[in-house]
Design a binder for this molecule. Structure first.
Ligand code: GDP
Length: 326
């Protein structure tokens, strides 16, 4: 079990921007122990008025698209050229795997990891998607209260975690490779529809013409989508993390988006509906946890599940029977 302090120690530490306390508070948030959870909620409630002031940016893309190098290059650009304080969080329930996750492979983000203006936190291990997204959302609040004004939430663009990340960020950036076979097939259409911007990575050297062609192609594809409620038209640009090009354009895009959505009210409206969405998500999770923790459910579930599996009982009747126990 992690070393615990009093709620006041965590709160004061976070509000003073103490990264060690921030880190330890995130560990509490990630803990499954009810006593840790209780303490975590007390800390979150206390720092909540100091949160909410960062720009929350979701970044996704398939493994190999260049996410780690991009996050490092773009992160350093924001710190050095835009005087930002950056926290990088990951939503990736399978981050124990070796390749793919930027945060699982710290060596590729050395310069960012050691920068005093950056805070990097890998995905919590051994948790379900629901568990990871919940602790990431709570970690955003803690990072904001600790003074980080820009939050990256990274996810590997292959699963369902994108929807969850979309529900916790202001801006969703999709990284895409040029010339990787049939270009619009690589990533699910639903993910493309969520993107506020697409950046074609590795636009350097002999790859440059392909990247420019892909940019034109994605621009055309995005124009076919219905106009978003935000009034924003998703932008497509190219970048190279290697040559550090195109990073200013991406920041300018994010900046323009913020200007537009903050002036037309969409930004605030989206944050409010995200809050509501998380309320219902938390209720759903709480109900589910209570259900499975219930003594009689624990006792009866295995036998009933076996009957359902064998076709002796319908799934609906079995569920109704179990739900009545709670
Ligand atoms: P991730 O799996 O999405 O995190 O991708 P990585 O950041 O690990 O990059 C995958 C590979 O692409 C690595 O071999 C990188 O060296 C390479 N790569 C990443 N960014 C660039 C870039 O801007 N230009 C070029 N030429 N290669 C890059």
């Amino acid at each position: 079990m992690a070393k615990r302090f009093s709620a006041d120690t965590y709160i004061a530490g976070i509000l003073a921007g103490d990264r060690v306390m921030l880190s330890r508070a995130i560990t509490l948030v990630e803990s499954k122990l009810p006593s840790d959870q209780e303490l975590a909620q007390e800390v979150i409630a206390a720092v909540l008025p100091s949160a909410g002031n960062a720009v929350r940016i979701g970044i996704t893309g398939v493994p190999g698209v260049g996410k780690s190098m991009f996050i490092e290059a773009f992160g350093l650009y924001l710190i050095r050229e835009q005087q930002k304080k950056l926290a990088v969080l990951a939503v990736d329930p399978s981050s124990q795997r070796s390749g793919g996750s930027i945060l699982g492979d710290k060596t590729r983000m050395d310069a960012l990891a050691t920068n005093p203006q950056a805070f990097i936190r890998p995905s919590p291990a051994g948790k379900s998607l629901g568990g990871v997204t919940r602790s990431t959302r709570e970690s955003i609040i803690l990072c904001e209260a600790a003074g980080f004004d820009t939050i990256f939430v990274e996810t590997v663009g292959v699963g369902q975690s994108e929807t969850a990340v979309h529900a916790m960020v202001d801006f969703f950036l999709l990284l895409m490779l040029a010339g990787a076979g049939d270009e619009l097939q690589g990533i699910k259409r639903g993910i493309m529809e969520m993107a506020d911007a697409i950046a074609i990575t590795k636009a350097d050297g002999s790859n440059l013409p392909k990247a420019n062609a892909a940019r034109a192609e994605y621009r055309n594809a995005l124009h076919l989508y219905p106009k978003a409620a935000s009034g924003w038209l998703p932008q497509v640009s190219t970048c190279s993390a290697l040559e550090k090009t195109g990073l200013d354009t991406i920041w300018q895009t994010i900046y323009n988006y913020l200007q537009l959505t903050q002036s037309n009210g969409f930004f605030e409206q989206k944050r409010r509906s995200q809050n509501l969405q998380w309320l219902y998500e938390a209720i759903r999770q709480g109900l589910e946890e209570n259900f499975y923790a219930h003594q009689q459910v624990k006792e009866q579930l295995p036998a009933i599940a076996a009957q359902v599996k064998d076709g002796q009982k319908s799934a609906f009747a079995a569920a109704a029977q179990l739900l009545k126990l709670v």
